[in-house]
Design a protein around this ligand. Structure first.
Ligand code: C2O
Ligand code: CU
Ligand code: CU
Length: 538
């Protein structure tokens, strides 16, 4: 048996949607009977919406405290998490914003670090990045701009684009562990235009934060660095394993976010637990907000591909299902064995249509016109090669070095960035900080219809080449300058060096020195370090 799997739970699919854990360590076999986790037992948790602690004429002020907590994934076992306000995923921030200067509101988000140290005695420092926001360098969660235990930092966000974003930890080499431990949450910017559309709202506008996870046999979250890809056996939605949601037979808007370390979801709706059936969902938005027009995804010939860190907003109309129906959301995976391709259907969650409801929502045929970035022959072009070399994940043969600048676009420039993956069997969800970007083509062909909007994360599949047009934005009429990261969002690739740095213009604010974390005085003493849980003791 491979070392990396020694501590893992093996899950086998039995009948009737029951998952049985057969524990692979004898010690645990003796200590306890096999716990079972069932599909669709938990009801889908909806992360609470974070209220501002204060507002003034221009700005909403929020506070998140990062702390340990214990939750029950496996029946009767406590799993330690590190959560924003102690929950996983963190609270949802819903912020008014947009381009219109009269309605735009700014955000100051204070993140307070009340963690202490990890099991090796290293201080649990944090870095918070708001993925998808064009933040200034000192607020972008630069991987070395740390907030040590007992410190806090105020992050300033302009909210200038309505979209579903997410905040998450971005610590040097520890991002995978920290996100696995719970440090991720959704951040929604809404503008007047979108709020005035007849789309489903309120209780019918629901985040679906997906996360594929591993659990160790004692229930702790897998966080050994002894594997290169973190594909796990459990799929969480909003922190619950394979949950169910009771819905009315009307339209819902789901804001889908993939926070997995590695898994690329290929989502399909189905009326059957074990098969695919012809169903439809309608994608209205992507990473950077609404598309120009809705895009239908018709299953089972098509699926909605959501790579790590990507977001898609989709409308599902349950009116087509009679009350009493069950509708499954599956991850459908193609596996090749001995040259034969087969489809594997892995349930993610289930919708139970339990009641009627009237529905005054509708999907407009068109949204506001999207500014399409057009390439011209004179645009500077840069090529980035994503590969594994000598045991390291690298970009253009190089790994992360904060002293090195790998690209230096002009402030405010538009450029063409080419991402290349020469290999089969590996994929890279490429993420560019700061830039406003669109995909021009993938292997010379147009991107998927639902990828034709503003993007910040690009699924770079096997042997694929993506050409993206990227623009470096301005703030208050001034082009933003400074150092930013570009990396693979497969978290183990990212932590193992598949990250580089670009500097827009020259002489922008230093990401680390400009707005350093401050000591959090009031509670620093009242919060003595707790003993870490015993999950490492073996
Ligand atoms: Cu979602 Cu650089 O990260
Ligand atoms: Cu980002
Ligand atoms: Cu990668």
């Amino acid at each position: 048996m491979k070392l990396s799997r020694r501590n893992l739970i093996k899950i086998g699919l039995l009948s009737g949607g029951v998952i049985a854990f057969s524990l692979s360590i004898r010690r645990l076999m003796q200590k306890s009977s096999s716990p079972t986790l069932r599909y669709f037992q938990a009801s889908l948790p909806i992360p609470p919406t974070l209220e501002p602690i204060r507002r003034d004429a221009t700005t909403d002020y929020y506070e998140l405290t990062v702390q340990r907590n214990w939750v029950e994934f496996l029946p009767g076992r406590k799993t330690e998490i590190w959560g924003y306000n102690g929950i996983m995923p963190g609270p949802t921030i819903r912020q008014r914003g947009g381009r219109s200067p009269t309605h735009q509101r700014k955000t100051v988000l204070r993140v307070i670090n009340k963690l202490d140290q990890d099991s090796e005695g290293e201080p649990l420092s944090l870095v918070t990045h708001l993925h998808g926001m064009a933040s200034l360098p000192q607020y972008d969660g630069y991987t070395m701009d740390i907030v040590a235990p007992g410190f806090y930092k105020d992050y300033h966000y302009p909210n200038d684009r309505a979209a579903s974003l997410w905040y998450h930890d971005h610590s040097m080499d520890k991002t995978s562990r920290n996100i696995q431990m719970g440090l991720a949450g959704m951040y929604i910017v809404e503008d007047d235009y979108e709020l005035n559309l007849p789309l489903p709202k309120g209780d019918y506008d629901i985040p679906l934060i997906l996360q594929n996870k591993r659990l160790a046999t004692d229930g702790s979250l897998f966080r050994d660095a002894d594997t290169q890809t973190l594909y796990g056996e459990i799929d969480l939605v909003n922190g619950a394993p394979w949950p169910r949601l009771e819905v009315a037979n009307r339209k819902y808007r789901f804001r889908i976010l993939n926070t997995s370390a590695a898994r690329t979801y290929r989502l399909m709706l189905s009326r059957s637990l074990s098969e695919t059936t012809p169903e439809t969902l309608v994608v209205i938005g992507g990473d950077g907000g609404l598309l120009a027009e809705p895009v239908s995804v018709n299953m089972p010939t098509e699926s909605l591909r959501v790579a790590a860190a990507e977001r898609y907003d989709a409308i599902v109309d349950f009116a087509r299902y009679p009350v009493g129906s069950q509708v499954f959301l599956h991850h459908v995976k193609t596996v090749t064995q001995d040259g034969v391709k087969t489809r594997q259907i892995l349930p993610v969650m289930r919708f139970d249509v339990v009641r009627t409801a009237n529905d005054d929502s509708s999907i407009p045929r068109q949204f506001r016109s999207l500014e399409v970035l057009k390439p011209t022959p004179t645009l500077p072009t840069r090529t980035f090669l994503f590969k594994k070399e000598r045991g390291k994940w690298v970009i253009n043969h190089l790994g992360w070095d904060h002293d090195r600048i790998d690209a230096n676009p002009r402030a405010g420039a538009t450029e063409i960035w080419v991402f290349k993956n020469p290999e089969a069997g590996r994929v890279h969800p490429v993420h560019v900080h700061l830039a406003e970007a669109q995909i021009l083509d993938r292997n010379g062909k147009p991107p998927l219809p639902y990828e034709r909007g503003w993007k910040d994360t690009f699924f770079l599949g096997e042997r694929e080449t993506i050409r993206a047009i990227v623009r470096f934005p301005s703030r208050d009429g001034q082009p933003i300058q400074g150092k930013y990261m570009m990396h693979c969002h497969n978290l183990d690739h990212e932590d193992n060096a598949m990250m580089i740095q670009f500097e827009v213009g020259h002489g922008g604010p230093d990401p680390v020195a400009t707005a350093p974390a401050k000591l959090y005085r009031t509670t620093a003493q009242t919060n003595p370090p707790r003993k870490t849980s015993s999950h490492q003791a073996s």
